[in-house]
Every structure is written in C-alpha cells, then in structure tokens.
Design a protein around this ligand. Structure first.
Ligand code: MD3
Ligand code: FE
Length: 203
C-alpha cells in the first residue's frame, strides 16, 4: 500500500517483490546488451556508481556534460528496449501514487557495491518536471537522503529495503537527494550489491 511520507513522495514497501524474478530476468537481459560502466563526470572524475540504461533514451555523463541520448556510447547501439515487466511496474507504482498515465522513456540502472554512495543532487536533465520519477530498490539495503529544494536544507533519512518502490512527483520532483555509502553485506537474491532502477520521462 502506498504511503505518502512527504508532499509528493510515496513509499510502496515491498511493491516489487511479487514480480522480482521477471524483473531480474529483465535487468539481466538489458545488461547483456548494455553492460555496466562507470561514467565520467563533466569535471573528469570517475563516478563510483556503475550504470546502464534501457528504453528509448538513456542518461549519460561525460566531459561534455549530463544528458539523455538514444545510443549507448559504449557499444554505439541504441539502448536495449525497456522490458515490459519493468515498464509495467513503474506505471502501476505511479498510478497507485496518484500519477496517472506515467509512460517512462528512460530507465537508468544503478549498481552500488558496498562502500558506494551517491552525493546529494537534483534530477534536472528531464524536459517536463510535472512528470514523476519512480525508483525501485533491489538487493542490499541503503539509507536514502531526502533533502529540500536547496542543497543546504536539512536532510531526512529513509531506510530502503529490497523490493521497495518510491515515487517522487509534484512538489518533491526537484528536491535534493542522495544515497549514503552502502554497508557491506551479502543479499540472498543479488549478492554484494544494491541495484536501483530509476524510471523517468526524459523527453
Ligand atoms: C528524490 N538514484 O540516479 S533514485 C539518480 O538510489 C538517483 O540510485 C538514486 O538519484 C539511487 O539520479 C535514487 C530516487 C530519486 C530520483 C529522483 C528524485 C529520488 C528523488 C527526485 C526528487 C527527489
Ligand atoms: Fe537522482
């Protein structure tokens, strides 16, 4: 059941568990075509999080900046299609949070090994901020940081578990957020990693 934990932020605990095996199959299929890679920040640093994408658009970062593009820079091919189970889950989670007809065109897949963190940032590379973002957490647990509209605003901690889905829209869409370093562990389904699927309408 969806719970609104802050204006526009919905937490659907264990929402992804019933479809877990088909989600995992979908992710593995994507990774076979578009393998994990660590992108470069515009400043030239290697990002700690490994990434891949599926769907018509994929999020990329390099010396030229952050953007969405139709082709995988690693393989030169279009990003693999978004598996139907992934798209369906994102659409259903958005709907249960009051965001009707969410049709993501981009799914960023993030991999966190123990010790990996994601520093506080805003998601602002998309065209239409009236569209929500849906995030699915799999594997090792993580503490998610939810800030405000300014980087200096106080942050709240959300403990995210395997199968949890978060939906961010409306007044929450441009809030700062990040992920604390993932603790060491060995998850029964995914081993020593956390995977996050982030569904967005980029164009
Ligand atoms: C809160 N990924 O890839 S997704 C990202 O767990 C990213 O990998 C995180 O932040 C991860 O950009 C969390 C959840 C998320 C996405 C957008 C948000 C949280 C958000 C926008 C506003 C507030
Ligand atoms: Fe983000």
């Amino acid at each position: 059941s969806a719970q609104e934990i802050a204006p526009g932020v919905w937490w659907l605990r264990a929402f992804a568990l019933p479809t877990l095996t088909s989600l995992q199959d979908g992710v593995n299929e994507v990774l076979a075509a578009a393998p994990w890679r660590q992108m470069q920040t515009p400043g030239g640093q290697t990002m700690a999080v490994s990434m891949s994408n599926c769907g018509p658009l994929g999020w990329v970062s390099d010396r030229a900046g952050y953007r969405y593009q139709t082709h995988d820079p690693l393989t030169g091919r279009p990003w693999p299609p978004m598996p139907q189970t992934l798209a369906n889950l994102a659409c259903l989670a958005a709907e249960q949070s009051g965001y009707v007809q969410f049709k993501p065109d981009a799914c960023l897949i993030n991999r966190y090994l123990p010790g990996t963190r994601l520093s506080l940032h805003q998601d602002r590379d998309e065209q239409d901020f009236s569209q929500p973002i849906v995030s699915v957490s799999l594997g090792l647990p993580a503490v998610f940081l939810l800030g405000g509209m300014a980087r200096s605003d106080k942050t709240f901690r959300l403990p995210l578990s395997h199968g949890d889905v978060l939906v961010w829209g409306g007044p929450a869409r441009l809030r700062f957020h990040g992920v604390m370093p993932v603790a060491e562990g060995d998850h029964p389904a995914l081993g020593r990693m956390r995977i996050n699927l982030t569904f967005r309408k980029a164009a």
